[in-house]
Write a protein that binds this ligand. Structure first.
Ligand code: SF4
Ligand code: ZN
Length: 739
C-alpha cells in the first residue's frame, strides 16, 4: 500500500465529504428538510446509500443521515510518510467518497444545474439498466470501462474509444483533466455518443463517476437478487461485482507537460479510485502514480500505472481478465457491437436502400450442400462506385446456407441476426427485417472503400463464426438491379408467408419437449425460463425456435430440451417433468411452475423482462406495462417500482415478467381467464402489439375486446379504470373472481 495514495485518497475523501456537507446545507436552506430528492425513474432510491447503508433516501433530511455515516468512515489524514500497513482506512475513505458523491450528484437534480445537458447524460434510469443488463448477461457486452480525465490529443481519445467499441465494452465517461474530458474530445471529432453506441458521457465533474458505480450496484440488486439492507448485503453485492461484472477504471492524465501530470490526478480522483477498488474494479493509469499490488479485495492489481494511452485498453483487459472475442471481418471499416446502434443522418449519408424509397429485403434460405460454393459473394447490379451520392437504390440480401445439422426452422433464427451483423459495421445503418429494411452507407464509410460486396463479407464471416456447428457453407447474393431485386422480392414474400403459417400455427400441445433457458443464471442464479412454442422467454429475445437452434449449436450451452412428461393441468400449463426440472435448476427454490398463470405458481423473473403483467384487484383483471412507459399505472406503481419487486428469481403470484410476443399468444394467461382479463396497457404498447393481439382476439371470438382495454388516456388509477371498464362493458368485471 502506497503512502502517497493513502494520504491523497484520505485527504480527497475529507474534501469530498466537506463539499457534500456544504451543498446539502445550501439545499436545505433553500428547500427545507422535507424537500424530495430522487433520481429519475428508479426503484433503488439513491443506490449507493441503499447499497452501503440500507437507507432509502427520499428527502433532504434523509441525506443528513447519509452524511453522518460518511463522516464516521473518515479516519484522520495520515501525514506524508506515515506507513499504513493495510488498505482498510483507504477503502473506508473510498466508501465515504462514494456516499458524498451520491449526495452531490443527487442534489443537482434538486438544485441544478441540470446534470442532463448537451452531451452529458446524468443518472442511468432503471429502464436503460435493464436493456443494457441483458447484454452483460448474455455476453454481448464483456464488461465496462469507466474513463476519468482526458488524453493528450483528440486523436488518441477517438482511437481509444473505437478500440473499446470494437471490443463491445460499454464506456462510461466522467471527470476532466485540467478542464478537458474524453467525451468532449470525442464530441469535437464528431463521434456519435449515447447508450446505443456504448459510449456514455455521465458528466464533466469527477463526482459524476458515481453513476458508473450506482449502475454496477443496481445490476447486482436487480439481476443478482441480492437484497440490500445491511453491511453483509453490501459485501455480497461487492463480491457479485467482483466476480461477475468485468469493469475497470481508466484514469487519464491528459497533459503534455510531464511534470504537472501527477498533480492532474487530484486528491478527489484518488479518493474516487479508492471507492472503485471497493467494487473490485482496478484502476489503470497513464501517469506514473504509485502501483498497488494484488492483496485484499482484488485478486489482481488494484492500480497499474504508467501505461501508454495506446496500450491502455489491452492492459486493462489483461488485468481484469476479460474474455474478448474480436471478429476479424474483412471489410475496410471497424466492426463491433459498439457500432450497432449508430445512426447515419441524412447529411452524412452517401447512399441508401429501402425505407420508403425502394424495394429492399433480406432472406436466409437453406439449400442443398452441392448448390453452395462456400464464401461466394455475387453482386447482381451496380456497385457503390456506380451509384450517385444522395440517391436510393434497391437492395436484396439473400443468404444461402447448408449444413448437415441445419434445419429449415433455423432460417428465421439466422435471418433475425442479419440486422445485428450488418449494423455492427462502423458507418452502416440498418433497420427492420424481412421486406421492411432500411439501410444507409455513410460518406465516411464509402470514402474508406466500403462496397456492396462487403455486406456479403460480413454475413459470410458472421454466419460461420456464430453458427459454426450448424452452418457448413454460406454464400450471399446481393441484388441492386431494380428488375432482378423486384423479382426476387416476390420469392421472398412467398417464403415469409409460408413460415408465418407454420410458426403461427405451432402449439404447445404439438411438441413433446420444451426448452429451458438458463442464460440469466450468470446474474440470477435461481432463475430459469421455460420456453414453449406459445410462450417465449420473458426478455423477448428467445423463442422456442431460437432455443432449439441454440441447443443444436451448443449442446452444453444455456438452452436444453426438457420433456414435458405427464400433463398435470392443461389449462394452467403444468407438467410433471417440467416441475422436476424447474426444482432442480432453481436450486430447490421452486417446486411447481404453471406456464399459463400469473396467479398460481407463475414463472420467476430474472430482471430483463420486456413487460410486467400485474393483477388489478379492483378490476378483477390484469394490466400489462412495458419498460418504456415511465408514467403511473393503475396498481399505484411505476414500471421501475414493480420491476424492483419481482426480479431476482422468486415467484410472486399476481405479478410476472413477460415477453411482448406472449401478449398475443393463444395461451396468454389461459389458466387465469386469458385475454378477457386484460384491462389496461400503455397506449404505445397497445399500438405496438395491436395487429397481432386483435387477430388473436378475433380468432377467439372477442372481436370487440381490444377497444375495451384502457390506456393511460382513460385511467391511471383503479377508480377511474373501473369507471371506464363499466362504461365500455369490459368482460373482466363480471368474470369469476381472479383470486
Ligand atoms: Fe434470460 Fe429467460 Fe431471456 Fe433466457 S429466455 S435470456 S433466461 S430472460
Ligand atoms: Zn434475464
Amino acid at each position: 500500500m502506497s503512502k502517497i495514495i493513502a494520504t491523497a485518497a484520505i485527504r480527497g475523501a475529507h474534501a469530498m465529504v466537506k463539499r457534500a456537507e456544504e451543498d446539502l446545507a445550501k439545499a436545505i436552506e433553500a428547500k427545507g428538510k422535507d424537500a424530495k430528492v430522487e433520481y429519475p425513474n428508479t426503484a433503488y432510491y439513491l443506490p449507493i446509500m441503499l447499497l452501503f447503508l440500507g437507507q432509502k433516501v427520499e428527502t433532504l433530511g434523509d441525506l443528513e443521515e447519509s452524511l453522518t455515516e460518511a463522516k464516521k468512515l473518515l479516519g484522520p489524514i495520515p501525514t506524508e510518510g506515515l506507513w499504513l500497513p493495510y488498505l482498510g482506512t483507504t477503502l473506508d475513505a473510498g466508501v465515504a467518497t462514494l456516499l458524498a458523491e451520491e449526495i452531490i450528484e443527487s442534489l443537482k437534480y434538486v438544485m441544478g444545474p441540470n446534470p442532463v445537458d448537451g452531451i452529458w447524460l446524468g443518472y442511468t434510469d432503471d429502464s436503460i439498466l435493464r436493456t443494457q443488463g441483458i447484454k452483460l448477461v448474455d455476453g454481448r457486452m464483456p464488461g465496462f470501462a469507466a474513463i476519468v480525465g482526458a488524453t493528450e490529443n483528440n486523436k488518441q481519445a477517438v482511437d481509444m474509444l473505437l478500440d473499446l467499441q470494437e471490443k463491445s465494452i460499454l464506456v462510461f465517461m466522467a471527470g476532466n483533466s485540467n478542464g478537458r474530458s474524453v467525451a468532449e474530445q470525442a464530441a469535437a471529432e464528431g463521434v456519435d455518443m449515447g447508450w446505443d453506441n456504448y459510449l456514455v458521457p455521465y458528466g464533466k465533474e469527477i463526482t459524476s463517476a458515481i453513476h458508473a458505480l450506482n449502475f454496477a450496484a443496481r445490476s447486482a440488486m436487480s439481476f443478482g437478487g441480492v437484497e440490500p439492507g445491511d453491511f453483509k448485503a453490501a459485501r455480497e453485492i461487492l463480491m457479485y461485482n467482483k466476480t461477475r461484472v468485468y469493469a475497470f477504471v481508466l484514469a487519464l492524465g491528459g497533459d503534455d507537460n510531464a511534470e504537472s501530470k501527477e498533480q492532474i490526478l487530484t486528491d478527489e480522483k484518488y479518493a474516487t479510485a479508492a471507492g472503485a477498488i471497493n467494487f473490485g474494479f482496478p484502476v489503470i493509469a497513464d501517469t506514473n502514480i504509485p502501483e498497488i499490488l494484488p492483496t485484499g479485495v482484488c485478486t489482481y492489481e488494484h492500480v497499474v500505472s504508467g501505461v501508454k494511452v495506446e496500450d491502455i485498453v489491452s492492459r486493462a483487459i489483461e488485468v481484469r481478465g476479460l474474455t474478448i472475442k474480436v471478429e476479424k471481418v474483412p471489410i475496410p471499416v471497424p466492426f463491433g457491437a459498439g457500432f450497432e446502434g449508430e445512426r447515419v443522418r441524412k447529411e452524412d449519408m452517401y447512399v441508401q436502400f429501402g425505407g420508403k424509397y425502394t424495394d429492399a429485403f433480406e432472406l436466409v434460405q437453406m439449400k442443398p450442400v452441392e448448390q453452395i460454393e462456400d464464401g461466394k459473394i455475387e453482386v447482381i447490379g451496380p456497385e457503390v462506385a456506380d451509384m450517385t451520392e444522395g440517391e436510393a437504390y434497391p437492395l436484396g440480401i439473400v443468404v444461402e446456407v447448408a449444413g448437415r445439422e441445419f434445419q429449415e426452422d433455423f432460417e428465421t433464427v439466422l435471418e433475425r441476426r442479419v440486422h445485428e451483423f450488418i449494423s455492427c459495421a462502423n458507418g452502416i445503418f440498418h433497420m427492420g427485417q424481412r421486406n421492411i429494411i432500411w439501410v444507409r452507407i455513410s460518406k465516411a464509410t464509402q470514402a474508406k472503400g466500403f462496397k456492396i460486396k462487403d455486406f456479403g463479407e460480413i454475413l459470410v464471416a458472421k454466419m460461420h463464426a456464430d453458427f459454426s456447428t450448424i452452418v457448413d457453407r454460406v454464400q450471399v447474393k446481393l441484388y441492386t438491379d431494380k428488375a432482378k431485386a423486384a423479382e426476387m422480392l416476390e420469392t421472398a414474400k412467398a417464403v415469409y408467408s409460408l413460415r408465418d403459417d407454420k410458426i403461427g400455427g405451432m402449439q404447445d400441445e404439438d411438441v413433446d419437449e420444451f426448452y429451458s433457458c438458463a442464460l440469466c443464471q450468470s446474474y440470477a442464479p435461481d432463475h430459469v425460463c421455460i420456453v414453449t412454442p406459445q410462450r417465449l422467454g420473458l426478455c423477448g429475445a428467445y423463442t422456442y425456435l431460437d432455443c432449439k437452434a441454440s441447443y443444436q449449436i451448443d449442446k452444453h450451452g444455456p438452452n436444453a430440451p426438457v420433456a414435458k412428461g405427464e400433463t398435470l393441468d392443461g389449462k394452467k400449463g403444468e407438467w410433471s417433468n417440467i416441475n422436476e426440472f424447474v426444482e432442480l435448476k432453481s436450486n430447490g427454490n421452486l417446486t411447481k411452475f404453471k406456464a399459463y398463470s400469473i396467479m398460481e405458481d407463475p414463472m420467476t423473473s430474472c430482471g430483463c423482462f420486456e413487460c410486467i403483467a400485474a393483477m388489478v384487484p379492483e378490476a378483477n383483471g390484469i394490466m400489462i406495462v412495458d419498460r418504456d412507459y415511465s408514467g403511473m399505472t393503475p396498481v399505484g406503481m411505476k414500471f421501475s417500482t414493480l420491476a424492483g419487486q419481482i426480479g431476482g428469481g422468486t415467484q410472486t403470484p399476481g405479478f410476472c415478467g413477460i415477453g411482448k410476443i406472449y401478449i398475443s399468444s393463444q395461451k396468454f394467461i389461459y389458466g387465469d381467464g386469458g385475454h378477457q382479463r386484460i384491462v389496461w396497457m400503455p397506449k404505445q404498447l397497445k399500438d405496438e402489439v395491436g395487429d397481432r393481439l386483435k387477430a388473436t382476439m378475433e380468432a377467439q371470438g372477442y372481436a370487440d375486446l381490444f377497444d375495451k382495454i384502457a390506456t393511460e388516456e382513460n385511467a391511471e388509477d383503479p377508480e377511474k379504470l373501473v369507471e371506464f371498464l363499466t362504461e365500455v362493458g369490459h368482460p373482466a368485471l363480471t368474470m369469476d373472481s381472479l383470486f
